[in-house]
Design a protein around this ligand. Sequence first.
Ligand SMILES: [Zn+2]
Length: 405
Amino acid sequence: MVHPSASAGALLHHVRTGRAHSRAELVALTGASRNTVSARVDQLIAAGLLEEGGRGWSTGGRPPTLLQFNARAGCVLAVDLGVTSVDVAVTDLSAQVLATVGHPIDIAEGPGPVLAEVDRLAQLVLAEAGRTPADVCAVGIGVPGPVEFSTGRPVHPPIMPGWHDFPIPSAFARYDCPVYADNDVNVMALGEMGVAGSVEDVLVVKVGTGIGCGIVVDGRVYRGAQGSAGDIGHISVPAPGGRPVVCRCGNENCLEAIAGGGALLRDAQAAGLPVGSTRELVELAARGDGPTLELVRDAGRTIGTVLASLVNFFNPHRIVMTGGVAQAGAPLLAGIREAVYGRSLPLAARALDITVSDAPDLSGRLGAALMAIEGFLDEESVTRLLPADEPGPARAALRGSSPTR
Ligand SMILES: [Zn+2]
């Protein structure tokens, strides 16, 4: 019986994320015996997932042989599906982008035409990266609406007409590999954690047209019972000036109806500001336009009052802001910080870090790639990729044995 923390999948994870670089470090990290670790490492090398390379520093005696993850053992498709555009990337197994392409789409055209376009783009990037469909180990896709993660089906997505209950994984049947679909905010949250991952508790808050939140607990995305955890856009907030605002969900005074990108644009146009899109509004604020700055800052305060409650409830290490409106940067952060630090309990707020994402454009693709890679290389899947322990017919090699959903 292998201790779970010393399974082949766990050992691979430690090397892949940079936590261990040699058999000795794996022994130290897992507490497993040298023999167990060596046998598992040999299996991972035989499966083409680990490689030996170079010598480490010796602390007396023979210097250890270094281990490295063979990120070229396969590739994944990463799809960041938005309301008006899609980005498709092919990455290696360390989420390094090999080729990527973006294209305008209209999500309201429905799953048929939109996923046909995604399929066309995927073939394009694969060819550009010099890979074939048979090289694809997993597909990850983020979509702008709630998704039942276990089946990859959107559930009454408000801005994706025609997508309800559509099995997104079925659109990738040509790849004969697992397909993981989740809502864009959860995917972005994974992207923000990066390849090395994290053990922190983090809220990743996307302020685009709508507002959503990816909840990361101990470095893992928390999805809740049905997968809708973090849907903070429809939390009720006080209406400015006491006049109720109707949300697209039908309720009044939802957070995103008052402080989302769509709401900002509505208010800016009502105030006579010369803006035709949220992007133009954010650019105007970035140039220091007074009235626009004030609108963005007000939105920050409103978002901050909700985040203050979340901070009291969840006590995160940090909050990362992302999405189109978050690119306004300073004025949004100022409003958010004012409300969060003013209203959170001192113990929760003392060490809390609130920042804007370093690469809001990339985190969707990176997160989709990481979701696919984590799924392909989770503990159970890795065990299936290994040569058999027992004498007998060898298991199928790396390519042929990937599980399908
Ligand atoms: Zn609502």
